[in-house]
Every structure is written in structure tokens, then in C-alpha cells.
Ligand binder design. Sequence first.
Ligand code: ZN
Length: 438
Amino acid sequence: MHLRGKVSYLGILVGILVAISCIYIDISKNSFYLVTANHEIVGIVKGSKALNEVLDSIKKTDGEAFLKFLSYKKVKPTRNFISQRELEKNIREKLSLKSKVYSIRINGEEVVKVRNYEDYKNIIEGLKKYYYPKVGGNIKVLSYNIKEKIDVVEILDYYKNTVDVDDAIQKIVDGKMIVSEYEVKEGDTIWNIALDNDVSIEDIRLVNPELNIDKIKIGQKIKIVKKKPYVNVEIVAMVSSSECIPYDTKKIIDKNLKKGIQKVKEKGQNGVAYVEKKIVVLNDDVVEEDIVLNKIVKQPKDEVLVLGAKKDLYVAFNGFIRPSRGVVTSRFGYRWGRMHEGVDIAASTGTPIYAAASGRVIFAGWKSGYGKCVIINHGNGYQTVYGHASRIYVRSGQYINKGERIAAVGSTGRSTGPHLHFEVRKNGIPQNPLKYIK
Ligand SMILES: [Zn+2]
């Protein structure tokens, strides 16, 4: 059936009816048409005017050739009719015609295309949810700010080139590959290079197949490839929580006690504080933390330790002790397709973390991903890492004994709950820590 013929026929009919009565115009307007494209139903539309507007809109971008694949017939009034917009969408999809889609541009660069304007709004909301602060306590978000300029532009494209909201969010947060080069400096180990550049050793190995990571040389260039999200979402929030105040440890040196032996004279007790803080989170990292209120609910009680006469530092390696009480929740090795370079020991916030062996603290502070982190150099090529701490009790450069309390368990950095992430490295290569713990 030729549509144009039908339409003009209708026009004449409507014209005649107008002369008779207004009621008939209403009836004509409210005729329902079942439309098929390529012999498949694409929907019912209410009114010939609506149908014609849809066809005109398609003609504007695609000419009239598509009409021969289209047919329609009048049907009984029904509630199951669709909007003009939906009908146009369905016809274009069925006939593989380009459709109006929305190109989302971040700082001018097209990142994804979606079908609806609402999808764009949902993506913005989804990004806020994705980066919702992952910290303990009651969170009240004060502001969200996406630092990049995000535009949405209506363009014509095939639906197959669009993605749904979830995939769009994933693509934006996965980001794009950034390639850079790192020049090896004196004192670098492959492990420190990986930490400083926020990539895993496995990532370095993959993109530098020629590199012998056991023998890196000063001046050597190492390719660093990492993904950078298309957006930087800054969230300011107030967080209130009950926090543990770890007890302090008083040490008494007893020269009559054998070296390396320690005894608890008085057991310590953690205190409790009600803390309110203002935090600034950039994507997944807490970049600022201001304590607004810190009310002590229960005072901590010091622990008194008696230590045997002080040991020589840098003693020959003689194994590590378990750095914290708790349950091993994630082992060393591949996890979700990524190398897990240590073990996770779950314990409640505030649980003491002890030095696995004596040595010198070479890092104590915030490390991307690791949160509050301590790294100890034990000599003989051994280093240990302690991540996600809530508190750090040592400074970089300080010498410490095996079993000395260096930090407290927490959930800072990329962490989903309080635990200690513990790594053992030998000459920069991650080792399975469970093989070393006595
Ligand atoms: Zn871990």
C-alpha cells in the first residue's frame, strides 16, 4: 500500500468530514495505525498526523527509499500505542537507518554515544554513585564536582554504535591508556618504580617484554602504561564515626632479659573517640581530611612492655613473624585476572601491626592505592609493605625491632574493609608472604 496515496486520500476524506461535523475530525485524528517495517511490527501510533510527522522526519535525513519497506493498517483503538519518538526510533532501528543519538564529549573528545538524552543524565548520576566515598561511618555528601567539561551533542548515527548507561559509565571510569617513560635512577628497585608510578610489577613486565626486571640499570628507560579515567570526580563529604584510639606502648629495657625477648607487663586497652571529619575524595582516593570534631568517649590505657637488651640492627635474615592478628582473606597470586602482590589479613580497625622483622623504615605515609602505608627495608634484599593502615606510629628513616608496633589496621586507600595488605619483596620481586611467616 502506498502511503502517500493513503494519506492524501485521508486528507480528502477528512476535508469532507470537516464540512459535516467536528466529531468526525476527532475520529480521524484518533485513528490508530499498526506500522510494520520489513514485515515486522514496529508499533501502533495514534493519529495520521503523528504517523506523517514521523515519516517526514525520517525523509529529512534518509530520503524516501525507506518507504517501500514500510506498511501500515488501521486498527481498533488501543491503549498500547507508542509515542512518535518511539515509533521513529523503532523504524530506524528495524531498517538500519541512522538515528538521533547523543554524543557525550569530555573536554571536547567524544567518549561514548547513547540513545537518549536521559541516558546522559543517568550517566552523570551514575558517576557520582560510582565514586561515592568508600569510607566507614555516616557519610553526608556536601558537593560533587566533575572537573572536566562534559557536553552532549545530538548527532545522527547507527544505534549499534551506542552503548547503554552502565557500559558508558564503565568506559568513562576505565579511561584511556596513558603511555609514559620512566628513567631508572640510583637506588631504584622495580618494586619502588611500580609503587611510585601506581602500576603493578606485572603491568611493567607486560609492556616491557625485553626488560629483565631483576637487573635494571641506572639510566634505563622503562615504559609505563596505565589507564586514566576520563573524569576526575571530586566529592566533599562530612563523615562521622566512632573510632578506635589505639593504646600507646611504654617500653622498659631489661638488660637481664635475653635479646629479642619481650614481655607484656601491663596489657594495653584501646580507647574510643567520636570523630567528625570533612573529607575530599578525588575518584577513589581521599586527598584531604580535616578533623572537625574529636571527642574522646573512652581513654586508652597504655601497654607496658619489657624488652630484652636492644638487638643489633640489620641482623641476618631469620624469617618474618606474622605482622598482625586476623584471618587471611586473600592470598598471594592472581585474583580477578590481576596479580595480588601480597596477602590480606582481615582484622578490626585499630588492631596493631607489628614489624615482621627488624630493619629501617624507608617509607611511612600515604601511597596511592595503599592508603596509609609503611615500607621497611630489612637488608639482604628484603623489604616488607604494610598497607591500608588507620594510623602510622613510625617515621621514615627510623630503625625498628622485629615485633615492634608500627601501625594500626584500617581501610585507607583502595580497600573495601579494614584489613592489612602485607607484602614481602626479595630484590624487588614479590614473594608469597605465607612462605616466610614462621
Ligand atoms: Zn591486598
